[in-house]
Design a protein around this ligand. Sequence first.
Ligand code: KIV
Length: 287
Amino acid sequence: MIKKVTVKTIKRMKESGEKFTMLTAYDYSTAKYLDEAGIDMLLVGDSVAMVILGYENTNAVGMEEMTIFTKAVVKGAKRAMVVADMPFMSYHTDIPTAIKNCGEMIKIGANAVKIEGCNDHIIELVKRLTECGIPVVGHLGFTPQSQNLLGGFVVQGKNIETTKQICEQVKKLEEAGAFTVVLELVPEESAKYIHERVNVPLIGIGAGRYCDGQVLVCDDLFGKFSDFKPKFARRYADMQALITECATKYNEDVKNGNFPNDEEVFHLSCEDAQSLLEGEKECCYTK
Ligand code: KIV
């Protein structure tokens, strides 16, 4: 019996000082492999917009697309907690609509939702979702859904004042009920300052070594997404080269007549083959 990672597991790991891992996942097979590898949390990130759908930014996906990808990841995850990233504008609406949208993700099998920011609306929403029994992951520092306002992919908390502001925001999310908070694009020293002043587990992405967990976009980890490589990402493989190599060989094999071979085709019985292929001297596969 596989023991599912829950809010309690993450809390326990934080208390014991054990680091936890989160990776994005968007499809069944990848979710299955990441789960089998022991990744604790799978985030169906809105980064799917860029790395899978080829959109320019993460704001282009909606509830319909996120629902499809979340369903696929849920199917593949046996142990890992599945977190559904709530798409742009799905929770910036009135509170009942935001709760309904978040609830949809839980209904299809996600174990938690992630929402960005920390204004009064978000704090109220985190409280209400927690009351409804929906675990919430916060997201602070650089919040990609506000990139038009922030002026692009810009490191946040670059001075004492803004670091203290982010720290206060983390505390507010924690008080409202968020069980963990993603901290994105923050200098390591600022993340350390915040980490020492809050109890809620912090998941870093481009936030240095002092967070309780780390998250990366799986396509960055695999070396599959090649449009750009964020400074904080580490490529553990070169899937772009692997995919290109496979496709090149397949292309050559088909064109040279080397694919399919005899083991890759279906045959009729000898008798049927002979009577069908009238005039043929011998059965094609007894030659
Ligand atoms: O959508 C995403 O992949 C994310 C991570 C960068 C945390 O939000």
